[in-house]
Design a protein around this ligand. Structure first.
Ligand code: EPZ
Length: 428
């Protein structure tokens, strides 16, 4: 399988440009199904999760035209059915958003259970509970989730836990339901707000996105729109940490600084300099970095999707630093790989105790999931010597042209292709 080969030691410097948000795009692409007219999406990230989402739309009968690398015009007004092809749905975890979108438009949907994930158990019970609250019957037959109703009515949804996916799916299903839907204990992430803004730009009536209570008054018609996807908060944070880990000086452009507040606050606490501009942040170091404790929590707290990256930075800092993961049961798989590079980390349940070693040594490592892979690239950039990262398809699910963007700010990173291995894997 293809690899990234990173030679560490270069201080990153210059300007790097952030793409549209993966976790917004994977919800907004299915949301186009709700529209009664064609839509145009701009600032769409060029990543494999998006390619799969667009392919699913095409398979369902939508007309998807690429205007340019990041702009697509989509006409989903004549879909053949509300069933997502089983084999494709399994390829992208977020394919469950097609459930909410198809239920909202057709009063029915069939989507395979989402694929497994290295983060631990990822149930969708709260998604299904939300659909039932709006009047849908829910069943799972042969690994396929079936949701159906004669009529969708607004309802009062209370989530026991904060869930990004369940909040997104509840909004999708309620956008055209009859009457008022109230979602309590809603997730507040920037991508939730982006989905609501997209739907409101088509004439939906969604209030309170970004707070823990969202009110949706169902509408009968959704017009076409041209919508630009919000910049990716996690991609931006990843490059902020790469700049800090290499003691570089980088301007990260196309960002919304407010979305980065919890990341900025923690980096400043570690001793990193961060300067905010209208749509950019400058990150550089000028003093030794200091140990800091991190605890992930739903937005506006420190994002779990930044946990592997900041833990990697803390391996370079005199410890001990404690990193507590509160969202996922097992999001420390990358630690084993960092240990190969000399990191001194002990895992005690949901807490990683990081004794900074001041430096890492290049080694052959494997990406086990998207953000773990990004963290290993950061480790490679900061390490002495060469790091080879395998299974980079995980990284390419959510980072557009990561090696190219990093080379643009001075990183010594290249992608090695192994077509015969890829072919072997594909045929297996
Ligand atoms: C989204 O996953 C993101 N994925 C994840 O990002 C992110 O880590 C997560 O939100 C938290 O921010 C996308 O947006 C595509 P949740 P999601 O529902 O929606 C439990 C990345 O790296 N839960 O907020 O699946 C769940 O097990 C990815 O970009 C239930 O128990 O996360 C978890 O413990 C990784 N029942 C917690 O809630 C449910 O029905 C939060 O999960 C749903 C969730």
């Amino acid at each position: 399988m293809d690899k990234f080969v990173v030679k560490g030691g270069n201080r990153l410097h210059g300007d790097i440009y952030v793409s549209g948000a993966k976790n917004a795009a994977v919800a907004i692409i299915p949301a186009v199904i709700l529209s009664d007219e064609p839509c145009t999406l701009e600032n769409v990230p060029d990543i494999s999760d998006v390619s799969i989402g667009l392919k699913i739309l095409r398979e369902m009968g939508a007309k998807v035209e690429m205007v340019d690398k990041t702009t697509f015009t989509i006409d989903a007004t004549h879909l053949m059915n509300s069933e997502v092809p089983y084999d494709m749905a399994r390829k992208m975890r977020a394919s469950y958003y097609f459930l909410g979108a198809c239920l909202g438009k057709f009063n029915k949907a069939m989507v395979s259970m989402p694929g497994g994930c290295p983060l631990g158990d990822r149930p969708i019970d709260m998604h299904l509970k939300a659909f039932e609250t709006l009047g849908a019957k829910v069943g799972i037959v042969n690994g396929v989730v079936n949701v159906e109703t004669d009529h969708l009515y607004g309802g009062h949804i209370y989530f026991d836990k904060v869930s990004v996916g369940a909040t997104m799916n509840a909004i999708l299903a309620a956008a055209r339901a009859d009457g008022l839907t109230i979602i309590e204990n809603a997730a507040r992430e920037p991508h939730i707000v982006d989905l609501a803004n997209f739907l409101n730009s088509m004439g939906a009536d969604i209030m309170g996105a970004g707070t823990d209570v969202i009110k949706i008054r169902g509408v009968k018609y959704l017009r076409g729109t041209t919508y630009s996807i919000v910049p990716d908060q996690i991609e931006a944070g990843t490059y902020m940490i790469a700049a800090a880990a290499t003691h570089g000086d980088v301007m990260i452009r196309n960002v919304i600084p407010k979305h980065l507040e919890s990341i900025t606050a923690k980096l400043i606490k570690i001793g990193v300099n961060v300067e905010e501009f209208d749509d950019a942040v400058r990150v550089w170091t000028s003093r030794p970095l200091v140990k800091t404790n991190i605890k992930t929590s739903p937005h506006p707290g420190f994002p779990t999707d930044m946990q592997p990256q900041i833990a990697t930075l803390l391996t370079l800092v005199d410890g001990p630093s404690l990193v507590t993961e509160t969202i996922w049961d097992s999001r420390f798989a990358y630690v084993e790989e960092l240990r190969r590079m000399g990191a001194n980390i002990t895992i005690d349940g949901k807490v990683a105790i990081i004794e900074g070693t001041g430096s890492l040594k290049g080694a052959p490592v494997k990406a086990c999931d998207l953000r773990a892979g990004a963290a290993l690239i950061i480790a490679g950039l900061a390490a002495e010597g060469v790091t080879e990262i395998e299974d980079i398809h995980h990284i390419e699910r959510g980072y557009e042209n990561m090696d190219g963007k990093l080379r643009g700010i001075g990183a010594d990173i290249e992608k090695r292709y192994f077509p015969e291995e890829n072919a072997a894997v594909k045929s297996s």
